[in-house]
Design a protein around this ligand. Structure first.
Ligand code: TRP
Length: 341
């Protein structure tokens, strides 16, 4: 079934939860890699923390709350588009397809795709890939909801997910990359990542990409500066995590969440701003940090696209754009791509 599986998953522990649900997780604790990355990124002239560290248990839970915020239109809009296009999409998925989802999170939007596939196929294989342990709970929920669903989860980064995609050569694949997650890459990195996705797919496979579109600055900025402060909590949780895991002494009252739209680069930029001149120590990794007043730690980019930019970009990656669907307000777009010879 999964060719080359043994070779590729040697470093992974396979946990069989039920006959229809198993997941793979790296055997080695990723803590030491995280320590190294943090020691590097916080020692740079322009300090940064990789956004993949947002998603510990607390972070993943907080992110779910973000998705429900009135200001955070992205999840809701994407969900609406998916609901609207179900029958359109179904026509493009005439054959049997396995679903691969990069960054599956809570798998809420996945249901829209599974509704299509589980209806017309006897069995459906679903391969969620997510950095967070949230994958276990969301998979169990889906498992209980759809009797003809078989789930193989990969709790790791996208790259590992792509390795898995390569090994699935028995059936056609629909790869879903939703939630404007591609916007968290720079456009150049995003394009390179699309190329990698393309390389790991076969002729006849399809890619469904959800991207946030450029719009009024006020709408964009309030999506990342919600009035209840949940996005601020999400951002600040990075520092709490460093306190918890590396014994750091970040004082949360001395850092502030900042999210601004950079028009030139068409992106929301997220930072943690030091409100005073201060020192922070992380004993576990023996890291001593100095902060100037107003110094920023960069934590995330969220690039916004225009439809013409998406068309241009994807042409260069080898995909053929099949269709694009926007919501009525043109806030968000779903783009379907085909892999051709
Ligand atoms: N990809 C989504 C976005 O850019 C979700 C996301 C990633 C996010 N990091 C975030 C949302 C930080 C809020 C804050 O919007």
């Amino acid at each position: 079934m999964i060719r080359k599986q043994q070779m590729e998953i040697d470093n992974y522990e396979k946990v069989a939860v039920t006959p229809r649900f198993c997941y793979f997780k790296p055997k080695v604790m990723t803590n030491s890699t995280m320590a190294q990355e943090i020691a590097f990124s916080l020692s740079q002239k322009k300090k940064f923390i990789s956004s993949k560290f947002f998603y510990d248990d607390v972070g993943s839970e907080t992110f779910e709350k973000i998705c429900d915020l009135p200001e955070y239109y992205l999840t809701r809009t994407e969900f609406e588009i998916l609901d609207e296009i179900k029958s359109d999409l179904s026509e493009y998925l005439a054959d049997n397809f396995a679903l691969v989802e990069l960054g599956s999170g809570s798998s809420v939007k996945t249901r829209k795709l599974l509704e299509i596939l589980t209806c017309k196929q006897k069995d459906v294989e679903y391969y969620p890939v997510d950095i967070s342990d949230i994958l276990k709970d969301s998979s169990i929920n889906l498992h209980d909801e759809y009797e003809n669903l078989k789930i193989t989860g990969i709790i790791d980064n996208y790259e590992t997910g792509l390795e898995f995609i390569r090994t699935l050569d028995h059936t056609k694949k629909l790869v879903a990359f939703l939630g404007s997650s591609m916007g968290n890459f720079s456009p150049k990195e995003g394009m390179e990542f699309l190329e990698k996705i393309h390389e790991s797919m076969s002729v006849g496979d399809m890619l469904l990409l959800g991207l946030d579109l450029v719009k009024d600055v006020k709408i964009l900025e309030s999506a990342y500066n919600d009035s209840s402060g949940i996005t601020a909590d999400f951002n600040c949780n990075l520092l709490l995590r460093l306190n918890k895991e590396f014994g750091a002494n970040f004082d949360l009252t001395k850092f502030k969440h900042v999210a601004v739209f950079n028009k030139k680069h068409r992106r929301i930029e997220m930072y943690l701003k030091s409100l005073t001149k201060q020192h922070v120590f992380m004993p576990v990794i023996d890291l001593f940090l100095k902060f100037k007043k107003d110094e920023l730690i960069h934590t995330e980019y969220s690039h916004k696209y225009t439809t013409s930019q998406i068309k241009k970009m994807t042409k260069r990656t080898g995909f053929r754009l099949v269709h694009m669907w926007n919501d009525k307000k043109n806030y968000f777009t779903m783009a379907l791509f085909a892999v051709e010879k």
